[in-house]
Ligand binder design. Sequence first.
Ligand SMILES: Nc1ncnc2c1ncn2[C@@H]1O[C@H](COP(=O)(O)OP(=O)(O)OP(=O)(O)O)[C@@H](O)[C@H]1O
Ligand SMILES: [Mg+2]
Length: 139
Amino acid sequence: MAQQILKLRTLEDVIRVRQACVRLAVELGLDGSDRRRVATAAGEIARNVLQHSGDLGEVALEEIDDGTRRGIQIVVRDQGRGIADVVANSSAVASASVISLGAGLAGAKWLMDTFEIDTAIGRGTTVRMVKWQSSNVSP
Ligand SMILES: Nc1ncnc2c1ncn2[C@@H]1O[C@H](COP(=O)(O)OP(=O)(O)OP(=O)(O)O)[C@@H](O)[C@H]1O
Ligand SMILES: [Mg+2]
């Protein structure tokens, strides 16, 4: 399926992001636990945009393929204030290991297979997350 872009303006958009994640996760054959993980992580990171960035933002959802398996990629971006604690603790592209922030960021990192943050003060934040199909799922 082509990339889907969902705009973040209100908390209802966060619900739509969660629903779109579940739909894509079902298409990819992810089990119920992984569907919930993906929806929860995406919802938390999308909610952060509305609560903390001072800006609106958007979510790009798509299926990706690394040659051996398929996965769901979620990119959440805003052009708001950036995450000072992440910037203070790392170079521009933070590896998630340096993050010891609230439950939202730490929880999303824990729920997903890949979790990367690129944030700059005054310029915004991009979070990229991936959940891969587990190896026992037939294509
Ligand atoms: N998109 C963002 N733009 C600016 N700051 C952000 C953004 N996302 C997170 N932050 C900052 O990082 C902190 C930690 O976020 P996290 O989601 O981990 O916790 P929280 O939102 O404070 O609490 P919770 O998610 O548990 O309700 C936030 O308090 C905020 O200062
Ligand atoms: Mg949060």
